[in-house]
Design a protein around this ligand. Structure first.
Ligand code: 2P0
Length: 320
């Protein structure tokens, strides 16, 4: 039997950066994200009878560097005394490049593994397991606008507004297609240990989250954009002020931000956010999405754009 699940990446508007507990991968801060529609990871899991190691294919290639994390996640779902698994992952967007591919991968993995072992956990328990493997993956279990609340020893996750209730669009400007130089887990640890801005980042996060959630509930685009851009630049300030510094941006990242500033000056409803990579995500109202796409495509250094509306959480697809 093989179980297949699909999940979409999510884009944080109020960012997760820093961990409260490394052994359990508990985030130090709460976050708010939007789950996408048209970018996806499909993950198939098959538990087999014979011995031998777990196997992992990512986009048709062996992925030894990811295998230990995948095996650990399978242990969390099915217990350490489980059958070995053959896992196959396909994504329709660049992976490891600041497009939240680990979020969609681990969200899809927990759903597929839970189906394959016949479990009946609820969504929040599965989100907690996904989050133990990749903090942002917990949010991809849910659709629309998602709040992840970081408590002392666990997380809570919930949808605060469905995608149909506020159908924003996201246009991603791809400025580089290779993998990032420093993984986000390692980069977070460096920020916690060395950035002089880390403590104020943590202190102010709840205020940013409250402002963003209120903006979502009020469908106040300008307010959401202002707090999201501020929160994004604060996170990157922690990265830049780490020692050694972590700078994920390139010149096309900055050019894309300038493009978005120019569109805002023309009155278009659009704002930017940037994650642990050089890509720029432009979040906009649907009527602005065509103009945003054209402007970003014409921006120097932008290789490509991808466009998505907001979508549902991870779900099981088929058992064959
Ligand atoms: C986020 N990022 O909120 C932030 C913004 C990147 C920048 O969550 O160490 O791969 O596996 O828990 O989930 C990327 O970090 O980190 C991330 P781990 P993850 O989306």
């Amino acid at each position: 039997m093989t179980t297949v699940a699909q999940a979409q990446p999510n884009i944080a508007l109020i960012k997760y950066w820093g961990k409260r507990d490394h052994s359990q991968n508990l985030p130090a801060v709460s976050s708010l994200s939007v789950t996408l529609q048209s970018l996806w990871t499909r993950m198939s899991v098959e538990f087999r009878d014979n011995d031998g190691p777990d196997t992992l294919l990512v986009n048709d290639a062996q992925a030894p560097a990811m295998l230990a994390r995948v095996s650990h996640c399978l242990d969390l779902v099915a217990g350490p005394v489980r059958p070995r698994a053959d896992v196959i992952s396909h994504s329709n967007f660049p992976i490891g490049a600041g497009l939240a591919s680990s979020a969609s991968a681990f969200a899809a993995l927990v759903i597929a593994a839970e189906g394959e072992c016949g479990g009946s956990r609820n969504l929040l328990d599965l989100a907690r397991i996904a989050g133990a493997s990749s903090g942002s993956a917990a949010r991809s279990l849910y659709g629309g606008f998602v709040v992840l609340t970081a408590r002392q020893d666990e997380i809570d996750v919930q949808t605060v507004c469905e995608s149909s209730e506020w159908p924003l669009e996201v246009v991603v400007a791809i400025t580089e297609e290779g993998p990032k130089p420093v993984g986000s887990g390692e980069a977070m640890i460096r920020g916690e240990k060395t950035s002089p801005f880390y403590s104020s980042w943590i202190e102010r996060q709840d205020d940013d989250l409250t402002a963003a959630r209120d903006a979502v509930l009020a469908r106040d685009f300008a307010k959401l954009g202002a707090i999201a851009e501020h929160n994004c630049l604060k996170m990157h300030s922690v990265m830049w002020s780490s020692r050694p510094p972590i700078v994920y941006w390139n010149s096309a990242t900055l050019s894309s931000m300038e493009t978005i500033r120019a569109l805002q000056a023309d009155g278009l409803p659009v704002f930017f956010t940037i994650d642990a990579g050089p890509q720029v995500k432009a979040v906009c109202l649907p009527e602005a999405a065509d103009a945003v796409t054209v402007a970003l495509r014409q921006t120097r250094g932008v290789l490509n754009t991808m466009r998505s509306s907001l979508g549902p959480g991870a779900r099981k697809m088929e058992v064959v």
